[in-house]
Design a protein around this ligand. Structure first.
Ligand code: F0G
Length: 482
């Protein structure tokens, strides 16, 4: 990507890479898509990739690697202990995050497991800008509670605020005062806040959070899984960072945090994860659990090939021309949908384009899972697979009632460097058609509902024959077309 201007007007993001390996994808007829979504219990997690045209479920572990990452994988040093490959990764993490100690782990939630086991005690609270599903599950399983301290801007679907992922400093102070410092395990900040639409925090806000942590002597923990997008937005939108390099901004962020953890399925375009810190005591406590849950300290559940790819991937993440591809494609898609009147989260964030299902399907109450219904409907009419991010993904209250999500979003993740602009245009076309036919979409009900993280394996049924009616309307309008 670059800031290249087009002479004849239309401004589109321009890739700064070329494709050298491709994978065939299938666009099945609507009749098969109807069968497939029924077989999947109307849960897009349960679809088979063979039935999917554009997989916009997630960016996790599915970003395109560079030729240099692929090449590095060939020279991986396969040894259980003391692998040279690990040393390379260790050095790179220490260089980029400027932390002395690094613990490799198999993915992001493994870091959350170990951090929560060590630092969350029953009855304690973890304040954060916003929760992520696996983060919350680990904190809750260890007896803690999550308190979300977002600004009033965060939940506004349409906004021009550049940093909707910021924490509200007054509310953070008030929360700590109310419960007392001893009740707080640590403060967590999530980069590129996933569940509110990939929205960033500002470096300035993180500095203020740090001051609060200093005042109360609390640890600040950064979830850096979506840091790449957040770095791009800080560089673009925060005046004082305009002249800083991506690496300098990363260093400045990391300096403010006691513990940094990440999913390398997102950050670094590989698969794996890890935790780094300068706090030796914290490091030693977490280290004890790594061989128990992850593996020896020089691989932590990661394959050596992935560690090689990650080392290069982290270095490439420090290039603005690399990390701007996702946000620029997402901005393009979001802008095109806005032009067609489709309700989306603005400003466009990182991670993906987010449709506002609450407005898209304003005839459905939250208990009928509008975002889940929209995910099923979009797959049906396009073969595009998105992910529900709303009430369907929440855990029920202890009394069995629904936890109504703050937002009902359909997330269309943009795996980095994977889809072309024409594919994005196809998705926009089908979404716009679906919006015109939104009245045909009905609700969903769980028929099999797991207690924890129910959205992964839960099965649902349609509340009427709306999927058949939608498929029939598709045939009517598109004729023989796929
Ligand atoms: N933190 C954030 C902000 C995440 O987005 C994720 C994963 C994790 C932690 C957990 O990392 O998957 O490597 O265990 N998000 C994926 C997603 C699952 O699709 O958004 P993991």
């Amino acid at each position: 990507m670059s800031e290249v201007k087009f002479y004849y007007g239309e401004e589109v993001p321009l890739e700064m890479h070329k494709v050298r390996i491709v994978q065939k994808i299938n666009l099945k007829p609507v009749e098969r898509r109807l069968e497939a979504i029924e077989e999947a219990g109307f849960n897009t997690f349960l679809l088979k990739n063979d039935d999917i045209f554009m997989d916009m479920l997630t960016d996790s572990g599915v970003n395109a690697m560079s030729d240099k990452q692929q090449a590095a994988m060939l020279e991986a040093d396969d040894s259980y202990a003391g692998s040279t490959t690990f040393t390379k990764l260790d050095n790179k993490v220490r260089e980029i995050f400027k932390k002395e100690f690094f613990l490799p782990m198999h993915q992001g939630r493994a870091c959350e497991n170990i951090i929560s086991q060590v630092f969350v005690q029953p009855g304690t609270i973890v304040p954060m800008n916003y929760h992520f599903t696996t983060t919350k599950a680990h904190i809750v399983i260890n007896g803690g509670t999550v308190e979300e301290i977002f600004t009033d801007e965060a939940l506004k679907i349409t906004s021009e605020h550049p940093f909707k992922g910021n924490m509200d400093i007054d509310k953070l102070n008030a929360l700590i005062e109310e419960h007392g410092r001893e009740k707080i395990s640590f403060v967590r900040v999530e980069a590129g806040t996933n569940l509110i639409g990939g929205q960033p925090f500002a470096l300035e806000n993180l500095e203020e959070v740090r001051q609060v942590c200093d005042k109360y002597d609390l640890m600040l923990v950064l979830d850096a899984s979506l840091l790449a997008d957040n770095l791009y937005f800080i560089k673009q939108r925060e005046e004082k960072c305009k002249e800083m390099s991506i690496k300098e901004i990363t260093g400045a962020i990391s300096d403010l945090c006691d513990i940094v953890y990440f999913s390398a399925r997102k950050l670094g375009c590989a698969r794996g994860g890890g935790v780094c810190t300068n706090n030796k005591e914290a490091y030693l406590k977490m280290r004890e659990l790594v061989p128990l849950y992850e593996g020896f300290l020089t691989y932590g559940g990661m394959s050596v090939r992935e560690m090689e790819a990650l080392t290069i991937g982290l270095e490439e993440t420090m290039e603005e021309n690399m990390i701007n591809q996702g946000p620029q494609f997402i901005a393009y898609m979001t802008d095109e949908l806005v032009k067609k009147g489709v309700p989306v989260v603005t400003p466009a964030g990182g991670l993906g384009c987010h449709l506002n299902a609450m407005e898209f399907l304003d005839h459905l109450p939250q208990t009928k899972y509008p975002a889940g219904a929209l995910a099923a409907a979009l797959y049906l009419v396009s073969g595009v697979r998105g992910m529900e991010r709303g009430t369907l993904s929440e855990q029920r209250e202890e009394d069995g009632s629904e936890t109504l999500a703050h937002m009902e979003l359909l997330r269309l993740a943009m795996p980095r460097r994977v889809y072309t602009l024409s594919q994005v245009k196809y998705a926009v076309d089908r979404i716009a058609w679906l919006y015109e036919n939104r009245d045909l979409i009905g609700g969903l009900t769980y028929v099999e509902e797991p207690k924890v993280l129910r959205f992964f394996f839960g099965r649902l049924e349609a509340n009427s024959n709306w999927p058949e009616q939608l498929a029939a309307k598709f045939r009517e309008d598109f004729g023989e077309s796929l």
